[in-house]
Design a protein around this ligand. Structure first.
Ligand code: FES
Length: 118
């Protein structure tokens, strides 16, 4: 898991690069108490707050998540979400998706894009 303290530059934080995503399939990144999961979906990368909207179980941990294509299923009660836009397929609610900026091979998060309620 990476932390953000030494990475901030002009509001942009490098969270990972495509080599890490491709080799690991996922990267977990923490900003304060907020954990962001970045998942390789093959032809795209999805980033979201790593917390189930139902009862806030972590959807991805160090061993991975319950993935089926671009759908992730919560290990607690089986609600599932489409990682393209976060909408629920089983259960209700929506994942909080995180917008990433791409520069070359690097993926950045802009702190200004984070919703203040996080
Ligand atoms: S906490 Fe995820 S389905 Fe209940």
């Amino acid at each position: 898991m990476m932390n953000w303290e030494d990475r901030e530059h002009d509001g942009l934080i490098k969270v990972t690069d495509f080599n890490q995503i491709r080799s690991k399939g996922k990267v977990l990144f923490k900003i304060g108490s907020i954990e962001i999961a970045i998942i390789d979906l093959g032809n795209e990368v999805s980033a979201f707050i790593n917390s189930c909207p139902h009862q806030h179980t972590r959807l991805v941990d160090s061993s991975g998540g319950q993935m089926n294509g671009r759908v992730i299923t919560c290990p607690s009660h089986g609600w599932s979400y489409d990682l393209q836009d976060g909408h629920s397929l089983v259960g209700s609610g929506r994942l909080k998706m995180v917008k990433l900026q791409v520069s070359g091979d690097d993926l950045f998060l802009n702190l200004r894009d984070l919703n203040e309620e996080w």
